[in-house]
Design a protein around this ligand. Structure first.
Ligand SMILES: *[C@@H]1O[C@H](CO)[C@@H](O)[C@H](O)[C@H]1NC(C)=O
Ligand SMILES: *[C@@H]1O[C@H](CO)[C@@H](O)[C@H](O)[C@H]1NC(C)=O
Ligand SMILES: *[C@@H]1O[C@H](CO)[C@@H](O)[C@H](O)[C@H]1NC(C)=O
Length: 216
């Protein structure tokens, strides 16, 4: 009996695990985001299907190089539900990442998506860090055609290690993956986190914290 019960609870666990997966299975062919609706369900409300057009499932421009004239040498061009309304409820999106020579995509995480990337041009170093308490860095150098995956939620980064611009295409397992950039969140929040908290958290002088805050 006990064995049977534990079997049932395992099945229940598996069921709930599936039910609470990141993005639920669609209940219709599509649900193109209605830009005129202010109603928010878990995602966007659907546009009237009789008014759907091919352009609702279309985006143009990923062949264009992003502007990398900035201190990081980085431009991320997203194609999420915000740019392509047909992605609503489909649990997938895309991104183009341009990196100047030695440019970086600083440590960040996508709270709602695993990200798989491929290098179209250049050579980059990538890495992600496993969660506490190991905090192990998993890192690799990638060349044209290489593919790498960043598991959902883990902090990761990319760096161009070549003398020419790098182009990376990524796919993400959410229509709205979100991004939390560690530096921006910790040192650039609005309003800012008390320097006392950060000085103690990082075990450094408050002056250094204020200096870092000034950068974000
Ligand atoms: C949104 O509203 C505007 C103005 O009423 C209308 O012209 C447009 O067709 C609407 N868009 C959709 C997708 O329903
Ligand atoms: C690229 O960004 C820089 C810095 O924001 C800006 O000065 C420059 O005009 C931009 N270049 C193009 C081609 O948009
Ligand atoms: C980058 O350029 C420098 C100087 O021209 C050269 O020594 C180096 O090998 C180049 N590195 C790569 C990765 O191409």
């Amino acid at each position: 009996m006990a064995k049977q019960l534990s079997h049932i609870s395992l099945v229940a666990l598996a069921f709930f695990g599936l039910t609470f997966a990141y993005e639920p299975d669609a209940l219709q062919d599509f649900c193109v985001a209605d830009p005129n609706s202010s109603v928010n369900v878990n995602g966007k409300t659907c546009k009237n299907p009789t008014q759907i057009q091919a352009n609702d499932f279309y985006f143009s421009g990923l062949h264009l190089m992003g502007n990398i004239s900035n201190p990081l040498g980085l431009r991320v061009t997203p194609v999420t539900v915000a740019q392509l309304p047909g992605l609503n409820t489909l649990g997938i999106s895309m991104v183009r990442i341009d990196l100047a020579p030695w440019g970086i995509n600083p440590p960040h995480t996508h709270p709602r998506a695993t990200e798989i990337i491929t290098v179209l041009e250049g050579s980059i170093q990538v890495g992600f860090i496993t969660s506490d308490p190991e905090n192990r860095l998993i890192s690799k150098v990638l060349y044209k055609g290489d593919v790498f995956v960043f598991p959902v939620g883990l902090v990761h980064f990319q760096r161009n290690i070549g003398n020419k611009s790098a182009v990376v295409i990524g796919a993400l397992s959410s229509q709205n993956p979100g991004a939390i950039t560690i530096g921006n969140a910790v040192f650039g929040s609005n309003p800012t986190i008390s320097s006392d908290v950060l000085a103690k958290a990082f075990q450094v002088d408050k002056k250094l914290i204020d200096q870092l805050k000034g950068r974000f």
